[in-house]
Ligand binder design. Structure first.
Ligand code: AMP
Length: 324
């Protein structure tokens, strides 16, 4: 992996213009890794133009600051494009990434598609931010960091690892988190920004607790209808966060939130122990073994997916011990 990182560093040195990208509907890891990398490169190479240009943003992460505005198409052609935290080309928020002269992919998702000229993919990493921290740490005699950059990176490490709870958190994750913490991050302010909720969100949570259901084998699920979203005055983002309401039910090793949109139903799947990414892939999706997403176009598909998840969990429980 050092080889991939050296190639990427050499490419960064070679170009005067670098444009950074991430997946649409960004989470803390997508925002943290791209803003963290941009800040490190700006500090280290003040003579270079380092831009972060995407087509969408997430309101709940706006405390981390904004991104750069659009540029003319011709301005991409002499740039090195670096895409963080994005498994497939179609999930890249700014599709003009393909106009860049060369493309680098830095990612920790299951590699289902290759789209970069240079790729560094480590699916065992708990976050893409952990990879950016590793990149910084490997070349720390050359690269510069400050509190701002470290805060972005730490934010992604915290959120993508479920506050360092998930299985892919390793001693290396914690060591690299420590490397970031040496840069005076205000963790209390960061956690408050990340995890305090509005009153309406608590009301929605109690409503969701009443509406959620469970299958025979223990798949918990919730259908957040458009009507519910409107009635409770919640945004799509807040509706999507409901998947976490079901994450601590004993025996429910798979839980799914279905969020109704205008034309499709967004699916967010989560699990303990059970691999659910294959199921997501059957419905125009993908992701990690225990955190994946998909898109559905009918309630019939939703019913079918629930039945398949139930069968998957039934099979898992029949053949494994020690789960909770
Ligand atoms: P989400 O529920 O949107 O937070 O997604 C969980 C994980 O699955 C994230 O790492 C996403 O990048 C990934 N993911 C979500 N939707 C898709 C999709 N349609 N195709 C591939 N990966 C996805």
């Amino acid at each position: 992996m050092k080889e991939n990182m050296t190639t990427i560093l050499n490419k960064i040195k070679e170009y005067n213009k670098i444009i950074i990208f991430r997946h649409f509907r960004p989470d803390g890891d997508a925002v943290g890794s791209t803003k963290g990398l941009q800040r490190i490169l700006k500090l280290t190479y003040p003579e270079k133009t380092v831009l972060l240009i995407n087509d969408d943003y997430a309101d709940y992460l706006s405390f981390l600051g904004g991104e750069d505005g659009p540029i003319a198409d011709e301005e991409y052609s002499d740039a090195l494009g670096i895409v963080c935290d994005t498994a497939t080309a179609k999930r890249i928020s700014n599709q003009k990434f393909s106009l860049c002269k060369e493309i680098v992919k830095i990612d920790h998702h299951i590699p289902i598609e290759s789209y970069g000229n240079y790729e560094w993919v480590e699916e065992e990493r708990s976050s893409c931010c952990e990879m950016i921290a590793h990149f910084y740490d490997t070349f720390s005699d050359e690269l510069k960091i400050d509190t701002e950059a470290a805060t972005y990176i730490y934010a992604g490490m915290v959120t993508d690892s479920g506050r360092f709870r998930f299985r892919d958190v390793s001693s290396e994750t914690m060591r690299l988190a420590g490397v970031m913490l040496k840069n005076n991050i205000d963790t209390e302010i960061l956690f408050a920004n990340l995890y305090l909720k509005d009153f309406e969100e608590f009301k929605f949570e109690s409503h969701a607790h009443k509406k959620m259901q469970i299958t025979k084998n223990g798949v918990a699920y919730l259908f957040v209808t458009k009507r519910m979203q409107k009635k409770l005055g919640i945004t799509k983002e807040q509706a999507s966060a409901s998947v976490s309401f079901m994450d601590s039910i004993k025996g429910s090793l798979v839980w799914i939130a279905f969020i109704e949109g205008d034309t499709e139903i967004r699916v967010r799947l989560r699990s303990r122990f059970v691999k659910i990414s294959d199921l997501a892939e059957q419905y125009r999706g993908g992701g990690h073994a225990c955190a994946a997403g998909a898109t559905l176009y009918s309630k019939a598909e939703m019913k079918e997916l629930i039945a398949k998840a139930d069968a998957l969990l039934g099979e898992y429980k029949a053949n494994n011990e020690g789960w909770l």
